[in-house]
Design a protein around this ligand. Structure first.
Ligand SMILES: Cc1ncc(COP(=O)(O)O)c(C=O)c1O
Length: 443
């Protein structure tokens, strides 16, 4: 754990707020990774954000490389999104009845992503994957699900086994409270290992309802699929009458305009896909979609029940639509440029300081592992030095850069990361790289 906590010592307000929150909220946070548990120190309570920066409760501003874990692809407080939210809110916050915006958002998703013929909107990525798994089981009449170690699909009970993100951050085997019965139908395999998938289908013929995979895993750090891996998954699943669920909650509309599918989707198609983050533009929206014959099995047209009081909420839908509509070719060009620049700057600084690392990418998504790499699966991701990362993280924070507070997460840039914010990142890097080197030397 880092001992370099200069800016930590200045966080009067965040510390007070953290104490106050801990008295009434477990761990003081509403999602575990926010607690800084694996890097130590005081989580910054954020008071506001604009463009590429966030400002904490003490008035300190940081270049933000978290971006609310993905949704803020345009940067914070984007005028077009604020305007759409304002106009929608003035018309009413929620009706529990269908609204035009829901059809418009579903059309926008289906237009961009070929395999999606029909879409259902929900309120989170977790709801999207949970519902897609239920639908796959309903469609196939089978129980078993294949998932990959290190892939995170939200906190769905059955999918928490060997999950990434917070589960990886806290080195948990899964979660207490998940029954053996729930996970008995889940087969966990190493990522990128197509032979293991072949063997699972051979061992359980006609039993597997679906293979669920992150289109490119980003919750153990960014681990791109080997060439052809997703296509082979689809082929193996289909040969056995099973479905492929491609989870694009994180990669969707971010890795490229059509998500990861836009990068490696030639010649194959998933049956169901899940989305979240960008499609809500910072408000709670998730979605799942895919083949119309499968989607039409959902109630009210079919027997698979799925519902939500706030599903397709008009304000959240307006934020998502405004965000997607601003995600044009120019936005993706800027995103790619910022992602390349930050990745290369970090790698250069770590090289100079002699810190073993590896920079990995999936489209405009990237992360830096504090190990030689390449990292192709969860076991390799866990080889990295979390101690070096913690020291690096705190030195970056001291230098005014807010990184994901875990070594097992993707880093997020936005269309608002301009030259000025990128130079702030560059200026913070040499000291952070030296801090990581010192942490490694301490052992
Ligand atoms: C790939 C993936 N699937 C599902 C989820 C769950 O989404 P949510 O946190 O909105 O429930 C996440 C969240 O990070 C994710 O990255």
């Amino acid at each position: 754990m880092s001992t370099d906590r200069t800016s930590d010592e200045r966080t009067t307000m965040s510390r007070q707020l953290f104490d106050r929150a801990r008295a009434v909220i477990p761990g003081g946070v509403n999602s575990p990774v926010r607690a800084f548990g694996s890097v130590g120190g005081t989580p910054r309570f954020i008071a506001s954000g604009r463009g590429a920066t966030v400002t904490d409760a003490d008035g300190v501003s940081y270049v933000d490389l978290v971006g609310s874990w993905g949704p803020m692809i345009l940067g914070h407080a984007h005028p077009a999104v604020l305007d759409a939210v304002d106009r929608a809110a003035r018309r009413g916050l929620s009706f529990g009845a269908p609204t035009e915006g829901e059809a418009a958002l579903a059309e926008e998703i289906a237009t961009r992503v070929g395999p999606v013929e029909k879409v259902r909107l929900v309120s989170s990525g977790t709801e999207a994957t949970m519902s897609a798994v239920r639908l796959a089981r309903g469609f196939t009449g089978r129980d078993a699900i294949v998932k990959f170690a290190g892939c995170y699909h939200g906190h769905v009970d059955a999918l928490l086994a060997a999950a990434g993100s917070g589960v990886a951050t806290f080195a948990l085997p899964g979660s207490a409270g998940v029954t053996a019965g729930t996970t008995a139908d889940v087969i966990v395999l190493p990522y990128n290992d197509i032979d293991a998938v072949r063997a699972a289908f051979a061992a359980h013929p006609g039993e597997i309802a679906a293979v669920i995979t992150e289109a490119a895993p980003c919750n153990m750090g960014v681990v791109p699929p080997r060439d052809g891996f997703n296509a082979e998954l689809a082929a193996l699943a289909h040969a056995d009458g099973a479905l492929l669920i491609s989870d694009e909650v994180l990669t969707g509309f971010r890795a490229s305009a059509a998500g990861m599918y836009g990068i490696d989707g030639a010649g194959w198609a998933p049956d169901l896909m899940t989305f979240g983050k960008v499609i809500g533009g910072g408000l709670p929206v998730g979605a799942f979609g895919g083949r119309a014959d499968i989607m039409d099995l959902l109630a009210p047209t079919g027997p698979v029940y799925q519902a939500g009081t706030l599903s397709g909420n008009p304000v959240a839908t307006a934020a998502g639509l405004a965000t997607l509509r601003a995600c044009d070719a120019d936005l993706y060009r800027r995103l790619a440029a910022a992602s390349t620049t930050v990745g290369e700057m970090v790698s250069r600084a770590l090289d100079v300081a002699g810190v073993p690392h590896c920079l990995q990418r999936a489209g405009t998504l990237f992360s830096v592992f504090f190990t030689e790499g390449p990292v192709t699966d969860y076991a390799a991701a866990r080889e990295q030095s979390t101690v070096a990362f913690a020291a690096f993280f705190h030195a970056m924070l001291d230098g005014g850069v807010y990184l994901p507070p875990s070594a097992f997460e993707a880093w997020f840039v936005s269309g608002a990361h301009d030259d000025e914010s990128l130079s702030r990142v560059e200026r913070a890097l040499p000291a952070a790289a030296r801090a990581a080197a010192a942490a490694l030397a301490r052992g």
